[in-house]
Design a protein around this ligand. Structure first.
Ligand SMILES: [Zn+2]
Length: 317
């Protein structure tokens, strides 16, 4: 049996994505087993990236940094990865439904999940997006857990090489509105000072971030759609002002059945030593048959998107 087939045979049945009824409401099923698929790869920054995870002053954007394994590294938190990839996953779900439903996804959502499902505040808790990423409906006091597990990641490069700022480039955006609107006591416009500049730091193009993402109780649709969502997120952008910034390219290194028996630190150590972290270094904990896909076999899984979407829509009927 091919490696690809061994991998696919161990995924959860697509019917797991069909919501169940709880108190007259459709809600995603809990994950019954803790079988898992791990996606491993490296993301490379293509355009300046402003990861923002903190509440700061509106005229400051700075990169979170952490001392790790002898370097100061830029931090790219899992919550940010998840947020953008979730949105892209939703666009894929809607598009697939629209394709099969003569362009109409909204009525399909209302009929099958009782709500159009808007991220982040009006989640339906029943669609394939909520089934994968989880959701909370505070009013109804209902929640579903996320089956997608994201890990924080850190730059391979030291911040002295990979973070740019206003200091070393003399960049800053003058806050014109602030200067125009705020007059001093004598009625004169404010002079341009440090607080009229938008201070920012960014991660430079070429910076690499390894990543490890785990899907629990994964169906084929979950895995295929998330692979597509990661690619879309790369083109959409991950950072602040993401329309123009934070584009990435992703190299998928492996798709493994099971939980990883290695960490982000192993991947960073490998990169620091100039060695490629590849599937030979990867072990996965599984109670089933080991199956690790690399290269074209990963694309083969992604190519199952339409087929698995059709199987889901059939199961939903
Ligand atoms: Zn939903």
């Amino acid at each position: 049996m091919s490696n690809l087939q061994t991998f696919i045979d161990q995924l959860a049945p697509i019917s797991n994505l069909v919501p169940r009824k709880v108190d007259k409401r459709q809600i995603a099923q809990p994950s019954w087993t803790k079988r898992a698929v791990t996606i491993v790869g490296v993301k490379t920054v293509l355009t300046r990236f402003m990861p923002v995870s903190h509440e700061g002053h509106s005229n400051e954007t700075y990169v979170d940094k952490i001392d790790l394994l002898g370097k100061t590294r830029a931090e790219f938190i899992g919550r940010k990865l998840k947020g953008i990839e979730r949105r892209m996953h939703m666009t894929i779900v809607r598009e697939l439904i629209a394709n099969q439903n003569q362009g109409e996804w909204k009525s399909f959502f209302e009929n099958n999940y009782a709500a159009p499902c808007i991220i982040p505040d009006s989640l339906c808790l029943a669609c394939p997006n909520c089934a994968l990423f989880g959701g909370l409906d505070a009013k109804a006091q209902m929640a579903t857990f996320s089956r997608a597990r994201y890990l924080d990641t850190f730059s391979v490069q030291d911040v002295t090489d990979c973070v740019g700022s206003m200091d070393n480039e003399e960049m800053g955006i003058g806050n014109q509105v602030y200067e125009d609107l705020v007059a001093d006591k004598a009625g004169k416009k404010r002079t341009r000072g440090s607080d009229s500049f938008h201070l920012y730091e960014y991660v430079k193009a070429g910076t690499q971030f390894p990543f490890i993402t785990i899907i629990e109780s994964p169906t084929l649709f979950d895995v295929a759609a998330l692979l597509h969502a990661i690619r879309r997120a790369d083109s959409h952008g991950y950072g602040k002002y993401s329309a123009n910034h934070g584009k990435f390219s992703t190299q998928f290194l492996a798709l493994g059945i099971g939980y990883p028996r290695f960490s982000m630190l192993d991947m960073l150590s490998s990169a620091d030593e100039g060695q490629q972290f590849d599937s030979k270094n990867m072990r996965f904990d599984t109670l089933g048959k080991p199956a690790v896909l690399t290269g074209d076999a990963i694309n083969d899984v992604a190519d199952k998107l339409n087929e698995s979407a059709t199987a889901y829509l059939q199961a939903l009927k």
